[in-house]
Write a protein that binds this ligand. Structure first.
Ligand code: LLP
Length: 433
């Protein structure tokens, strides 16, 4: 069935009679309790996605490292930890989050092109499982810091296999024009350089070619490519224990046919062909995107007064709450929370209160809307709350985790005091001194 241009089955949001629910909780009940806008996530959907991925790889020794950047709420990290996940991080801040939920530092992989000395030291002292090294300079820096601290750093080199992930250019990372990783040739040289260094323990090879990948071929090509390097290193006497394929597994937003994760898992098993290697992956979006909705309320309806003008539904969520449409022209489904409305269906641009024409959540959606109606913007569990900002001095929206007929506020709404307390109000005279 389609409604507001979107089929409902792929998302955690489902109608019971005319009321949109997450699990057994009506979204209207959450809006009454916490107000709008609010991010709402389904615990069972998150759990099911994790289990789906793990089962797809059941014939291959593997470890899932949840990519914290997709949704770093502590409750979500705690949930994935309880399911057996390790973590993929890109900053000291994300490592602090993992440690805050009692995550095992050894289960942590540290990716990213710009690790500072402070971040490297913090991660070394915490005893993280692996650094995914993205440049010669970073390798030398980690060597030096590990020597200084008298410890050994576990390292994988991130290879840029020059594979086209066929995704949005802002989220493609595996082409030679991208800033990530090093070429295979450079990686080979770096492995030789680090092989005899007592401060470095070479444990694996890493790659990550992009995000929202819906075709298996680029992922499999990348795997084959880094396996060649692994085999070449083996001949040099450098023996590695893991292959890290990164994340990037696509999901459905609109009418995409997402990657068939079971087929992909089976192909990966075949390519690895009984090698004594652990497979690591760093999924973010696949686990969280469709577990969440952004709940928002219509403030005003601006109906076109001329035939070639647009109709605008101004809602109380904005680009500071969900940046993806403005930044990537991303398409997110929009559903009315109560679909029994007798309002006349019209084509709406769903826009926020921010003073930018780029502030829109969805365009040209046919919906029956009235002022004060609640609507749910779908597929926002990944790269939704984490990309939020305080633009226009808007407080960040709360996050709610639903578990059956119950729900918990897992991040409270940010108040104006939360924002102002970080700043200094200068006391100045009339001359500005
Ligand atoms: N590992 C590395 C090294 C990454 O850079 C990323 C994502 C992931 C894993 C997780 O990728 P995923 O499984 O979620 O596709 N803000 C963009 C997505 C940026 C992705 C950045 N890196 C968006 O909203 O589409």
């Amino acid at each position: 069935m389609t409604l507001g241009n979107v089929e409902k089955e792929f998302t955690a949001a489902k109608y019971q009679q005319d009321e949109l629910h997450i699990e057994q909780t009506a979204l209207s009940k959450i809006a009454d309790a916490v107000g709008t806008p609010a991010y709402v996530y389904s615990k069972s959907y998150l759990t099911d996605q994790y289990n789906l991925l793990s089962e797809a790889l059941s014939s291959t020794p593997h470890q899932i490292h949840y990519s914290v950047k997709a949704n770093s709420n502590l409750a979500i990290l705690a949930l994935f930890k309880s399911l057996g996940a390790g973590f993929d991080i890109v900053s000291a801040g994300e490592l602090s989050r993992v440690l805050a939920v009692g995550g095992d530092p050894k289960s942590v992989i540290f990716s990213g092109v710009g690790k500072s000395v402070e971040e490297i030291n913090f991660a070394l002292k915490a005893g993280i499982g692996c650094f995914n090294v993205e440049s010669r300079g970073e390798l030398l820096r980690i060597m030096a810091q590990a020597e200084l601290l008298g410890c050994v750093a576990n390292v994988a080199i991130r290879v840029n296999p020059n594979v086209d992930a066929k995704t949005h250019p802002y989220i493609a990372t595996g082409l030679k024009e991208n800033k990530f990783g090093v070429t295979k040739e450079e990686a080979f040289a770096l492995y030789l350089l680090a092989a005899d260094n007592p401060a470095i323990n070479l444990t694996g090879i890493d790659c990550h070619i992009g995000s929202q990948i819906n075709e298996p071929e680029p992922l499999l090509q990348a795997l084959t490519s880094i396996l060649e390097l692994r085999d070449a290193l083996e001949k040099e006497g450098i023996s590695l224990q893991h292959i890290d394929l990164g994340g990037g597994f696509g999901v459905r937003y609109q009418d995409e046919t997402p990657l068939d994760i079971n087929d992909w898992g089976a192909s990966v098993g075949q390519i690895l062909g009984g090698r004594d290697l652990q497979l690591r992956i760093e999924p973010g979006r696949f686990l969280t995107a469709n577990a969440g909705v952004l709940l928002t309320r219509v403030e005003y309806l601006k109906i076109a007064d001329e035939p070639d003008h647009k109709n605008f539904a101004v809602v109380d969520a904005a680009m500071n709450d969900l940046l993806r449409p403005s930044l990537y022209q991303a398409w997110h489904g929009v559903l009315p929370v109560d679909k029994s409305s007798n309002a006349q269906p019209l084509e709406w641009d769903i826009v926020g209160p921010i003073c930018e024409s780029g502030d829109f959540l969805a365009k040209q959606r046919s919906l029956a809307l009235a002022e004060k109606d609640l609507v749910a913007v779908l597929s926002i569990g990944a790269y939704g709350s984490v990309l939020a900002s305080n633009y226009n001095t808007r407080g960040r929206a709360p996050e709610v985790l639903v578990d059956g007929a119950e729900f918990k506020v897992v991040r409270r709404r940010e108040t104006i005091q939360d924002q102002l307390r970080l700043e200094l109000k200068l006391e100045l005279d009339q001359a500005g001194h």
